[in-house]
Design a protein around this ligand. Structure first.
Ligand SMILES: O=C(O)C[C@H]1C=CC(=O)O1
Ligand SMILES: [Mn+2]
Length: 384
C-alpha cells in the first residue's frame, strides 16, 4: 500500500542569470574573462524552506559544452516540471528522476543537488558537510591563479598575496602563447618567488602530445610542482604515456567528470591526480563518488573550481571537506576574483585557508538587493 508522506514538497525552482565584474582580466588558453556569469538556483518547498545553488562555467561555451543560457533553459523547461511536487527531503530520489529524463547537463544538476542539500540542511539544522557524512577537515588550503597575461604583474600580485598570507601556491595558466614564451613566463615567476611559493601550471588541453613530451622537462626544470591537463581531454592513451614518461605529477581536469571516467583513467594509469569539481560531477554527492574511485586507485584528489562565486565555492568546500583524502588542496578562489557577489557574507581566505561553514545548510545567504542589481533581467538599478 502506498502511504502518503507528510514530507515537504518542492513548490518552485527558479534559475537566475547573474553577471559580475572580475577584479582584473583572467587569461586562459581558450578565453580571456573580464566578467563572470553565474546561474543562481532558488528552490522553494512547502514547509517554507528555500535552498540555493549555483551553476557557473567559464567563457560562455569556450570552456565546456554548457553555457549559462543553456543551463537556465535546461532548468526552466526540463528539470522544473519533473521536480515540482516531489518530496524535497530525498535528494537521491529527485536526482534519479531527473537523470531518467535529462542526459548530461551536469552543471544544472549540480545547482539543483546543491539547493536540495542546502534546503535539507536548513530543515535539519545541519551543515551540508554533515549530510555528506561529516567533515574530515574544517578548513581548506586555497591556491591562487596568476593569469593577468603579464609576468611582472603576476609576480607583484603573488608577492602581495604571500605578504598578506592569503596564498602560497600559485597556478599559472599557459598554452595560449608559444611553449617557449610560456616557459620563460613560468621560470621568471618561480625565480622571483623562490622557495616562498609552489607553482603549478594548467595547460587546459592546449598542447599536442609531442609538444608536451618536449616541454614538460622544461617546466620541471623551472621548478613547477605539477602539470594540469596538458593535452586533449579525449586523448586518454596520450595522458597515460605522458604520466608514465615523467616523474612530475600529471593532473587530469577536463578529462574526468564521472566515476566511470575516473575508473577508466585509473585503469589506464592516465593521471596521478584528479581535479574534482562539483560542476563536472553533478553536485557534491556526485563529486564524492568520483573521489571514492580515485581513492581506491591511489590517485590524489584536488578540489577544483569553475570559478564559481560564493554559493558554488562554499558548496564545493562542503564536499571537499567530506572527501577522505585531499592531498593536493584546493583552488576555491573564485569569489576572490569577483569585484562583488550576490551574498550577504562573501567567502574569504585567511592564513592560506578557507573556513568551511558550520551553520545549517550551506551557511550562505543571498543579498536580495545585490541579486536584483546584478541579475541579467535586472529589476532595479541601484544597490542599497
Ligand atoms: O582549472 C580550470 O581549468 C579552470 C579554472 C580553475 C582555476 C582557473 O583559473 O580556471
Ligand atoms: Mn584546469
Amino acid at each position: 500500500m502506498h502511504i502518503k508522506s507528510n514530507r515537504p514538497c518542492i513548490t518552485a525552482l527558479e534559475a537566475i542569470i547573474v553577471d559580475l565584474p572580475t577584479i582584473r582580466e583572467h587569461r586562459l588558453a581558450m578565453t580571456t574573462m573580464s566578467r563572470q556569469t553565474l546561474v543562481i538556483v532558488r528552490l522553494s518547498c512547502d514547509d517554507g524552506i528555500e535552498g540555493i545553488g549555483e551553476a557557473t562555467t567559464i567563457g560562455g561555451l569556450s570552456y565546456g559544452d554548457q553555457s549559462p543560457e543553456s543551463i537556465k533553459l535546461t532548468l526552466d523547461h526540463y528539470v522544473n516540471p519533473l521536480v515540482i511536487g516531489m518530496d524535497a527531503t530525498s535528494v537521491n530520489a529527485v536526482l534519479a528522476k531527473v537523470d531518467q529524463s535529462v542526459q548530461g547537463n551536469s552543471l544544472a544538476k549540480s545547482a539543483l543537488e546543491t539547493a536540495l542539500l542546502d534546503a535539507q540542511g536548513k530543515r535539519l539544522g545541519a551543515p551540508v558537510h554533515a549530510l555528506l557524512g561529516g567533515a574530515v577537515r574544517n578548513s581548506l588550503p586555497v591556491l591562487w591563479t596568476l593569469a593577468s597575461g603579464d609576468s611582472a604583474r603576476d609576480i607583484e600580485e603573488a608577492k602581495q598575496l604571500l605578504d598578506i598570507r592569503r596564498h602560497k601556491v600559485f597556478k599559472l595558466k599557459i598554452g595560449k602563447r608559444s611553449p617557449r614564451q610560456d616557459i620563460e613566463h613560468v621560470a621568471a615567476i618561480k625565480n622571483a618567488l623562490g622557495d616562498r611559493a609552489e607553482i603549478t601550471v594548467d595547460i587546459n588541453q592546449a598542447w599536442s602530445e609531442a609538444t608536451a613530451a618536449r616541454h614538460i622537462p622544461d617546466l620541471q626544470a623551472a621548478g613547477v610542482m605539477l602539470v594540469e591537463q596538458p593535452i586533449a581531454r579525449d586523448n586518454r592513451r596520450g595522458m597515460a604515456r605522458i604520466a608514465r614518461m615523467f616523474n612530475i605529477p600529471i593532473m587530469a581536469d577536463e578529462a574526468i567528470s564521472t566515476p566511470a571516467d575516473m575508473f577508466d583513467y585509473a585503469s589506464d594509469g592516465a593521471a596521478d591526480i584528479v581535479a574534482l569539481k562539483i560542476a563536472k560531477s553533478g553536485g557534491p554527492l556526485g563529486v564524492i563518488r568520483v573521489a571514492a574511485v580515485a581513492d581506491a586507485a591511489g590517485i590524489g584528489c584536488y578540489g577544483g573550481t569553475l570559478l564559481e562565486g560564493t554559493i558554488g565555492s562554499i558548496a564545493s568546500a562542503h564536499a571537499f571537506a567530506a572527501c577522505r583524502r585531499l592531498e593536493w588542496g584546493t583552488e576555491l578562489f573564485g569569489p576572490l576574483l569577483l569585484k562583488d557577489d550576490i551574498v550577504v557574507e562573501r567567502a574569504s581566505v585567511a592564513e592560506f585557508e578557507l573556513a568551511v561553514p558550520d551553520a545549517p545548510g550551506l551557511g550562505v545567504a543571498i543579498d536580495e538587493d545585490k541579486l536584483a542589481f546584478y541579475r541579467r533581467d535586472k529589476t532595479r538599478t541601484t544597490v542599497a
